[in-house]
Design a protein around this ligand. Structure first.
Ligand code: ARG
Length: 466
């Protein structure tokens, strides 16, 4: 049984059921690395403040470094009888250096540690997710390049609307992910880590000692903390009691998840027999135990389904934090499972999605067939008449009638004779109709600044990665 970090004023031992209920080691072991950083900074500060000797500091730091190594090499499993990660590391240091370990926690509080640990976790995971977003953008880029000359029917209200280029279609998702990238990038750059809050009121260790400790420690980790401010705590009450940085991270991940869910939904829809535009990579689909013909898009469905979990994680923390009195309250321990859950789900989704997208194949026959739907070009016919000087609403009505006429007579507009077309408007003729009712023409005729048709593929986010 691991030793507790408190207990002097208690006569009774903690109830077993309650101990299990309140402990967090089973999930906060993920913070081990950062908790060791906090301890090393703290030991240096204690030495600078002459609270412990240099020899004691050296012993403590080398024990902490050794534990760090054990964890990194996967040799150290968390002791589930410890209350939390802070207690576990304290116990482990004691195992290594004996009674000097009792000086490690001098004038320190777990409230300070946990805020520090979580910030560093958010920073590190945020940077990893940025790299994954970059890989995803490379996949989108490769798919759009492969099919750079292709077109798709574009939809509004899930009804056929106008023809779009495949590059623009993929580009729409690219820009969603680019904004996610920028949001996350700003977030990781805004994170500041603080030390010295004590439990809530600060500590008796002088600022000079913390300054020196942070400087010395961060010298070694400068590469990692390139973008992150490290400061002495501005307000200890705020530092131990605020989790808005976790809420912000979960919000950014929720928006990213919304985009993943939307791309998943589009691919599900476009791979149905009814659309049959995309052929999905078999290695990311599953079969049915009953129906032998099935190839189900389970990866995409799970991505769409996990949206509930990711939004729930955000809602869970917002609700936990609402109405908490200052400062630290144990409720806040419950911020970790939502945080870890969202980070881990999004990480897996991004990794698989990047591989998935690269392997999507376009079904030219079905797409070609869909592009023969003449109603997709009705707007281009209106545009043509407008350029011939016909007022827009008049042109709109004329082409509306033409489309309706063809439908009623079960005829193709393209098959109507010049005389029949002239009946709708004098500027309409067979040659012009054939020129306009063509995917390439439809896309090229768009000249507004929002049009991306000039590019033959979507960009990549590479330039932005650290
Ligand atoms: N495990 C706690 C948490 O994650 C940190 C410990 C603070 N506990 C305390 N009793 N002050 O929030």
């Amino acid at each position: 049984m691991a030793k507790k970090m408190w207990g002097g004023r208690f006569k009774k031992a903690i109830d077993k059921g309650f101990f299990e209920f309140q402990k967090s080691i089973q999930y906060d072991y993920r913070l081990a690395e950062y908790d060791i950083y906090h301890s090393i900074i703290h030991v240096i500060a204690l030495k600078e403040a002459k609270i412990i000797s240099s020899a004691e500091a050296t012993k403590l730091v080398s024990a902490l470094n050794a534990i760090f190594k054990e964890i990194n090499e996967g040799k150290l499993k968390p002791d589930l009888s410890a209350e939390d990660i802070h207690t576990f590391i304290q116990n482990r240091v004691e195992k290594k250096v004996g009674s000097i370990a009792s000086k490690l926690h001098t004038l320190r509080s777990r409230n300070d540690q946990v805020a520090f640990d979580e910030k560093w976790y958010c920073y590190k995971e945020g940077v990893s997710i940025l790299a994954l977003l970059n890989i995803l953008s490379l996949s989108l880029n490769s798919l759009s390049k492969k099919y750079k000359d292709c077109f798709l029917p574009g939809y509004t209200h899930t009804q056929r609307a106008q023809v779009v280029s495949f590059v623009d279609y993929i580009g729409a998702f690219f820009y969603m992910f680019e904004r996610d990238f920028d949001r996350l990038d700003n977030f990781v750059k805004s994170l500041s880590i603080y030390v010295g809050s004590g439990a809530l009121a600060g500590s008796a260790i002088p600022k000079k000692a913390y300054d020196e400790a942070l400087r010395k420690f961060l010298e070694k980790t400068r590469a990692e903390f390139k973008y992150t401010k490290s400061e002495i705590v501005k307000n200890p009450l705020d530092n131990v009691s605020s989790r808005d940085f976790v809420v912000e991270f979960l919000s950014i991940l929720s928006i990213l998840q919304m985009h993943l869910s939307r791309i998943a939904e589009d691919f599900i829809l476009y791979s149905t027999t009814e659309f049959n535009f995309f052929d999905l990579p078999e290695e990311f689909c599953t079969g049915s135990s009953l129906m032998p013909h099935k190839k189900n898009p389970d990866f995409l469905e799970l991505v769409r389904g996990y949206t509930g979990r990711i939004y729930g994680n955000l809602t869970s923390l917002l609700t936990t934090m609402k109405g908490l009195p200052l400062t630290y309250n144990r409720d806040m321990q419950l911020d970790k499972e939502p945080l870890f859950s969202s980070v881990e789900i999004i990480t897996q989704e991004l990794k698989i999605m990047a591989q998935f997208i690269k392997e999507i194949k376009l079904n030219h026959d079905s797409i070609g067939h869909a592009l023969e739907d003449e109603s997709l070009y009705a707007t281009e016919l209106v545009e043509f008449l407008v350029y011939k000087g016909v007022p827009f609403s008049e042109a709109h009505a004329i082409i509306g009638k033409l489309v309706r006429h063809a439908q009623d007579k079960k005829k193709k507009i393209k098959s109507l004779s010049d005389a029949q077309l002239k009946h709708f408007h004098k500027e309409l003729n067979h040659r012009m109709i054939n020129k306009i009712m063509n995917p390439k023409y439809a896309v090229i005729s768009k000249k507004s600044p929002a049009s991306l048709k000039q590019s033959s593929s979507v960009k990549s986010l590479k330039k932005k990665t650290r």
